[in-house]
Design a protein around this ligand. Structure first.
Ligand code: NGF
Length: 292
């Protein structure tokens, strides 16, 4: 029942122009990344566009992923939602669908107090038998924590890890030292190698949907002590990430999958489809990834 380590794509959700999930495309993406050797999937997170989906659409994606992966690698279900009842419901579904862990973004928008956030996680950890990975992404939630606050959240029974999507490597290092048993996932793909050097257990990221072989090679180079190769791969990956982020990240990732014959579909509104010039850039990015 251990949490997965290694490279874990934050799974994209291919949808059609009406926002309905394209099951076949999702299955192709799962099979393709499994063939690349990923260690697990983070399903229904930011990259999965969960905050743009209804609860039943989120549940459908959780089910497709668990049916397709069929226990070949562990799955983490992101169940965080504005409405706590939705979180509780999705947590139950994740358990029934055989997920290894649940994860929830920090409650956001209303500027909740630390005590309110603490009790939110306490309640979720009480109702679910699955280990919880808190999803720390201050740039998007607007809510940061000190390392002392994270340590208090980490002490909640059932709180097993953190997805650390922040560039404060000092905080990451302090946490690693204070919480040696806590599972830490790097969240910014740009910082994979520095985070590995600070002892993260795994990495969850959007770009691994299209760059898994390179990220896995980086991971293995680091493990083998080949820091020169790991550094070179991070440089190559960051050149790709810079291009992806500059071209509207999620629609571009999906467009690249489409080009590879896997079917990426579109993003949900209000994301817009890529323009003609963004599509040209996307073709250039895909060609660049293939050359690396
Ligand atoms: O997309 C974001 C937004 N972050 C992801 C990742 O942390 C999100 C990161 O991979 C995630 O795991 C999820 O879907 O829940 C970036 O896209 C990547 O580093 C490029 O900047 O911050």
């Amino acid at each position: 029942s251990a949490l997965p380590g290694g490279i874990i794509p934050a799974l994209l959700t291919p949808v059609d122009s009406r926002g309905e999930t394209l099951r076949d495309h999702l299955v192709s993406l799962l099979e393709y990344t499994l063939d690349c050797g990923v260690s697990g999937f983070y399903v229904g997170g930011s990259t999965g566009e969960c905050f743009l989906m209804s609860v039943s659409q989120r549940e459908e994606v959780l089910a497709i992923a668990s049916e397709t992966v069929a226990s070949r690698v562990p799955l983490i279900a992101h169940i965080g939602a504005q409405n706590v009842d939705d979180s509780f419901y999705l947590a139950e579904r994740a358990q029934a669908l055989g997920y290894r862990a649940i994860s929830a973004v920090t409650p956001y928008y209303y500027g909740f107090s630390f005590q309110e956030i603490l009790s939110y996680y306490q309640e979720l950890c009480e109702i679910s038998k699955l280990p919880m990975v808190m999803y720390f992404i201050p740039a998007l939630t607007g809510r940061t924590f000190t390392s002392q606050e994270i340590a208090r959240l980490a002490a909640i029974p059932g709180m097993a890890g953190i997805k650390f999507t922040a560039d404060d490597l000092f905080k990451l290092e302090r946490l690693r030292g204070q919480l040696p048993e806590f599972v830490m996932y790097n969240g910014y793909d740009e910082l994979l190698l520095p985070a590995l050097s600070l002892g993260v257990n795994g990495a969850i990221g959007s770009t691994y949907n299209v760059t898994a072989p390179l990220a896995i090679a980086l991971w293995e180079s680091f493990r083998e002590g080949d820091l020169a190769r790991a550094g070179h791969l991070q440089w190559e990956l960051n050149t790709i990430i810079e291009m992806l982020v500059g071209n509207n990240l999620y629609p571009t990732l999906k467009d690249i999958l489409e080009r590879r014959g896997l079917g990426g579909g579109l993003c949900r509104k209000p994301f817009l489809p890529l323009t003609a010039s963004q599509k040209e850039e996307s073709a250039r990015i895909d060609a660049h990834i293939t050359r690396v």
